[in-house]
Design a protein around this ligand. Structure first.
Ligand code: AMP
Length: 283
């Protein structure tokens, strides 16, 4: 496994892999890896000849009051984990390598970025699409792997690729959870013991919604009310959003019964840590 820090070197390597007729699978991450990330790596290893993982905490997707400076980092640990998985290249650029001092071009995907996290975190998806677009130009992957954990991100990247004709196939992978159901996230490391218990309210919300539908309660308002009660009765929590929406357009469904496949998406602050989760509900 080789660690590459230069954009030029990564591009040279990717071109030579392609010249040899081999396929490149790509897993973009912000590091502090867990089994969720590794599930993407394993899918890439299975599908593609060469697997590239990027580790880059992308400053432009963090808001001014967000956790950029304290975002967890441990490159040596990540490197060991990726080496064990048989990854071929880690792309690990410095911020100055990715954003030169007069950097001024961005990619904006409209529509699907308007709601959910796009509404709570202005500028976040512009940061995500810009860095992912850059990484696609640097790594030149045939396939790129993203988790459904960040459902809106996945929808947004698929839209960007289709709208702007990036020659890459986007593969979405299911959410990997801890044994008790908490969706794995690098940010879970922020949680105190008490908060870790409270964090389970996100998964419990998903189970509650599924149970309600199973018992014949499909009304969107009732389901959201049930979840609000559950979360509000959990210590250390503050709801950012609880929404049911169309899984393709991410437009909110505010009333009526759940009919067909709909996305339930939640963002909840547990202490000062903002956690997200989602599920496709079937009415
Ligand atoms: P991050 O390092 O948080 O930017 O995540 C990198 C990639 O891993 C994204 O595509 C995430 O959606 C994905 N990912 C993060 N957590 C999980 C999880 N629990 N299950 C599946 N994929 C995940």
């Amino acid at each position: 496994m080789k660690v590459i820090t230069s954009i030029e070197e990564m591009q040279t390597i990717s071109k030579s892999i392609k010249r040899d007729g081999k396929t490149i699978g790509f897993v973009p991450t912000m590091g502090y890896l867990h089994e969720g990330h590794l599930s993407l790596v394993r899918a890439s290893k299975k599908d593609c000849d060469i697997t590239v993982v990027s580790i880059f905490v992308n400053p432009i997707q963090f808001g001014p009051k967000e956790d950029l400076s304290k975002y967890p980092r441990d490159f040596e640990r990540d490197k060991n984990m990726l080496e064990k998985e048989g990854v071929d290249y880690i792309f690990y650029p410095k911020v100055q390598e990715m954003y030169h001092s007069d950097f001024s071009s961005t990619i904006i995907v409209e529509g699907v970025t308007k709601n959910l996290c796009g509404a709570s975190r202005p500028g976040h998806f512009r940061g995500v699409t810009t860095v992912v677009g850059k990484l696609f130009n640097i790594v030149m992957p045939d396939k790129a792997y993203f988790g459904e954990k960040d459902f809106q991100q996945l929808v947004t990247i698929k839209k960007m690729v289709r709208d702007l004709n990036f020659p890459v196939e986007i593969v979405g992978m299911p959410i990997v959870r801890e044994d008790d159901g908490l969706a794995m996230s690098s940010r879970n490391s922020y949680l105190s013991e008490e908060e870790r218990k409270s964090a389970l309210c996100l998964y419990k919300s998903i189970l509650l919604a599924k149970d309600m539908i199973k018992s014949g309660i499909k009304d969107v308002k009732l389901i959201i009310k049930g979840i609000e009660e559950l979360v509000n009765n959990t210590p250390n929590t503050r709801i950012d959003y609880i929404k049911i929406c169309d899984p393709e357009t991410l437009e909110y469904i505010e009333e009526g019964d759940i009919d067909g496949k709909k996305l339930l998406a939640l963002a909840v602050f547990v202490g000062s840590t903002r956690l997200i989760d989602n599920v496709i509900l079937e009415g």
